[in-house]
Ligand binder design. Structure first.
Ligand code: IPM
Ligand code: MG
Length: 360
């Protein structure tokens, strides 16, 4: 059966890295006899230019009707001064919310070939394999009321609301426990229960859910300590489950453990297992159009898409192995380059992955 995939390349380096991911998907489709139908559309700044809004309803409907969505990145200086209601990032937040993509999986795996590329000592990060499970459709990102209001004294005040309901906490908790079962069986729930009531409830719900998963070892950590532990001794973690904002911050930290944020893929899934797949890094406008961005995070996101939404785990493994093979060959984009390696452009990295897929 043909798998329908919507491609939302977005802004900045988005189109360049998407081109490479599509090349790799085409190679995999031949190898594993999978038929894909790609539909391109706009999100973020390019959608503002095209449709006047960062995510058109027609695009959203197309995404809902597809088997999966592969995205590049959104945002850039061109759209920075727009009203906050139509900024490029709103398109991403809208698609996450409207498709109900509450479970954001952000694996941080250190490829042994890149141990030297991390800014941390290699013995701290060698063998690192953690999974951040970030709640993606709730918390302070979506809580109401929010805004900037005028106080009686004439001063303006900005405000947001940190909210989590029991059911929202429970479903993301379940995702984390289920994932941990397939890994080394440990979940660390990150909160700020010493200060924020919303996370007191978070901790309580996660604790009671743990009774259903006696085979999984649960621990709790305050977010400030978790940030420190991630750079002090990251290998103590297996699955980290946390809310939207803490997950946003901790996943960038975790990215650096692996050498470069240019290596990190992500999956955002809804209750039906449909998903949006995107690299964790952003649109990097400073290097856009130069053919130097690292396409591997997007290529690895395509692998996650094959695994989680398209039921093609073997094709996913082919891509992951091909990425490993390219790193073995010593090819490195600028962000992961270290002395003695061969510097490669965006398209050279993509071509090398394609070749490795074909040779698999
Ligand atoms: C991410 C990004 C987004 C977020 C931005 C672009 C809205 O930082 O996916 O981590 O904050 O969720
Ligand atoms: Mg982020």
């Amino acid at each position: 059966m043909t798998k329908k995939i919507v491609l939302l390349a977005g802004d900045g380096i988005g189109p360049e890295i998407m081109t490479e991911a599509v090349k790799v998907l085409k190679a995999v489709s031949e190898k594993h006899k999978i038929s894909f139908k790609f539909q391109e559309d706009f999100i973020g700044g390019c959608a503002i230019d095209e449709y006047g809004v960062p995510l058109a309803n027609s695009t959203l409907e197309k995404c809902k009707a597809a088997d999966a969505v592969l995205m590049g990145a959104v945002g850039g200086p061109k759209w920075d001064n727009l009203d906050s209601a139509i900024r490029p990032e709103k398109g991403l937040l809208k698609i996450r919310y409207e498709m109900g993509l509450y479970a954001n999986l952000r694996p941080a795996i250190l490829y042994p070939q890149l141990a030297e590329a991390s800014t941390l000592k290699s013995e701290i990060v060698a063998g690192l394999d953690i999974l951040i499970v970030r709640e993606l459709t709730g918390g302070i990102y979506f809580g109401e009321p929010r805004g900037i209001r005028l106080l009686d004294n004439g001063e303006r005040q900005g405000y947001n609301t940190y909210v989590y309901s029991e059911s929202e906490i429970e479903r993301i908790g379940r995702t984390a426990f289920e994932m941990a079962r397939k890994r080394s069986g440990k979940v660390c729930s990150v909160d700020k229960a010493n200060v924020l009531e919303a996370t007191v409830l978070w901790r309580e719900i996660i604790q009671s859910l743990a009774k259903e998963y006696p085979d999984v070892e649960l621990s709790h950590m305050y977010v400030d300590n978790a940030a420190m532990q991630l750079v002090r001794a990251p290998k103590q973690f297996d699955v980290i489950v946390t809310g939207n904002m803490f997950g946003d911050i901790l996943s960038d930290t975790a990215a650096m453990l692996t050498g470069s944020i240019g290596m990190l893929p992500s999956a955002s899934l809804n209750a039906e297992g449909k998903g949006l797949y995107e690299p964790v890094h952003g649109s990097a406008p400073d290097i856009a159009g130069q053919n130097i961005a690292n396409p591997l995070a997007t290529i690895l996101s395509a692998a996650m898409m094959l695994k989680y939404s398209l039921d093609e785990p073997e094709a996913a493994a082919t891509i992951e192995n091909a990425v490993g093979a390219v790193l073995d060959q010593g090819l490195r984009s600028a962000d992961i380059y270290s002395e003695g390696a061969t510097k490669a452009t965006t398209s050279e990295m993509g071509d090398a992955v394609v070749a490795a897929v074909n040779n698999a």
